[in-house]
Design a protein around this ligand. Structure first.
Ligand SMILES: NC(=O)c1ccc[n+]([C@@H]2O[C@H](COP(=O)([O-])OP(=O)(O)OC[C@H]3O[C@@H](n4cnc5c(N)ncnc54)[C@H](O)[C@@H]3O)[C@@H](O)[C@H]2O)c1
Length: 401
């Protein structure tokens, strides 16, 4: 069976290499550079090894393409394209729209179309299906299903195989076919009664994280004002064996999901006249953490950062990945520069970013740890600058939240 996976990023490529064990996979991506790299056996995604990719290429189980005609005879099509926010922070379905156009114009026989991209309830039924039908020249009737992706890039204990997967078809036949497809490479499938439940569950999972992170970020500020350690307090609360889940404070939230997905839920809620005050407030708290951190650093350094050499340690949005999407390091750097600091950053996992390169760990007057990759040594951070402010809780001996 031939499978087409639209979008070869974190989600699409990860799915591709798992599906290649059982199916012939065509990885379609609009980015020609990525496609060429992939066909040369070079993965750009943490967790997808070059050797695995090369094996599937050699076995004829995987090939990447930018050409729509290569997916014409696919029996299953998986959509895994970005769902970001627009400049005015509204849901942006333009990538899904263009993926639907590719599918509509190219798939010649009835196929099962599964959406894995995160979006608000109703996206499959009211947007994806009609958009594909609009572009479909010969009026083929596809089956439609949703199976929101839960992959956590860089994570080793949970992957595509052992993370339970939600799914729902628009019709019973679509549900059965979706189950058959994923059961080849996923251990546990959980069917829900409608695509809208699956879509909402994905948004709620990430909203749960967003509001809890905001709560602990607010609590970090409370703990500091009370003169107690936020970490010791959280450890103490964590001894309760039920009814408590530990989240840790940070300079804010980053990545493609947590700062973005709750806004999809809030937007659809408000369109339906339901309140989304919690989500909106959580976003505000998380965004202002970067300013709070810079305020604390400024207070500790004589009330002014003007002309001070400040190093931001770690600009990826989380440890051990090179992903800088929505990273809170960007907000921290913006606040520092607004106050006249001379800012550089160190992150050898990211390497280059916004036209700048990773700087050495030593040589600044002030270091602010935003993300600590495992291979960055605590001793090197502490030795690198006379004043270190840690937002991660992983640099004992530094000032911090
Ligand atoms: N990254 C994660 O950890 C994660 C986890 C769960 C869910 N998701 C969701 O999965 C979806 C994909 O996210 P991602 O992180 O894989 O994105 P990504 O940016 O890593 O990859 C998306 C890929 O799609 C390609 N693309 C864009 N438009 C295209 C089009 N019209 N046709 C073909 N290719 C196109 C891009 O070139 C890119 O390679 C999003 O909805 C995201 O919210 C992501």
């Amino acid at each position: 069976m031939k499978i087409a996976i639209i979008g070869q990023g974190y989600v699409g490529l990860t799915i591709s290499v798992f599906a290649a064990e059982s199916f012939r996979v065509i990885g379609f991506d609009s980015n020609a550079r990525i496609v060429s790299q992939l066909n040369n056996g070079i993965s750009h995604i943490e967790g997808v090894e070059n050797s695995t990719l090369q094996k599937w290429i050699n076995d004829g189980q995987y090939r990447a393409t930018t050409s729509g005609s290569d997916i014409a005879d696919a029996e299953v099509v998986v959509i895994a394209v970005p769902t970001p926010l627009t400049r005015d922070r509204q849901p942006d379905l333009s990538f899904i729209q263009s993926a639907c156009k590719t599918i509509g114009e190219n798939i010649e026989k009835p196929a099962l179309v599964i959406n894995e991209s995160t979006s608000f309830p109703g996206t499959l039924r009211k947007f994806i299906k009609p958009t594909i039908e609009k572009y479909s020249r010969n009026g083929v009737a596809h089956l439609y299903a949703i199976s929101p992706e839960r992959v956590d890039p860089g994570r080793e204990d949970f992957n595509q195989k052992n993370t339970p997967r939600l799914y729902a078809g628009l019709t019973p036949e679509a549900s059965v076919r979706t189950h058959d497809f994923y059961s080849k490479f996923c251990d546990q499938l959980v069917e829900v009664s409608s695509p809208e439940v699956a879509e909402a569950a994905k948004l709620f999972e990430n909203t749960f994280r967003q509001v809890n992170i905001a709560l602990v970020n607010e609590f970090a500020q409370i703990a500091h004002s009370l003169g107690i350690s936020v970490y010791e307090t959280l450890d103490a609360a964590s001894t309760k064996p039920y009814g408590f889940m530990k989240f840790t404070p940070s300079a804010g939230v980053g990545g493609h999901c947590i700062p973005v997905d709750p806004t999809y839920l809030a937007t659809v809620a408000e369109e339906h006249g339901a309140p989304a005050t919690f989500i909106r407030r959580a976003n505000e708290v998380n965004v202002q953490m970067s300013n709070y951190v810079v305020n604390r650093v400024q207070e500790d350094n004589g009330g002014s950062l003007s002309g001070k050499r400040v190093l931001v340690v770690g600009v990826a949005y989380k440890p051990n990945v090179a992903d800088v999407r929505e990273t809170s390091a960007e907000l921290v750097i913006d606040h520092l520069r607004e106050r006249g600091a001379v800012v550089s950053w160190h992150d050898d996992v990211v390497g280059t970013w916004n036209g700048e390169s990773s700087a050495p760990l030593s040589g600044a007057e002030i270091a602010i740890v935003v993300t600590k990759h495992d291979d960055v040594k605590v001793r090197d951070i502490l030795d690198g600058a006379p004043y270190v402010f840690d937002t991660t809780g992983k640099v004992p001996g530094a000032k911090g939240l």
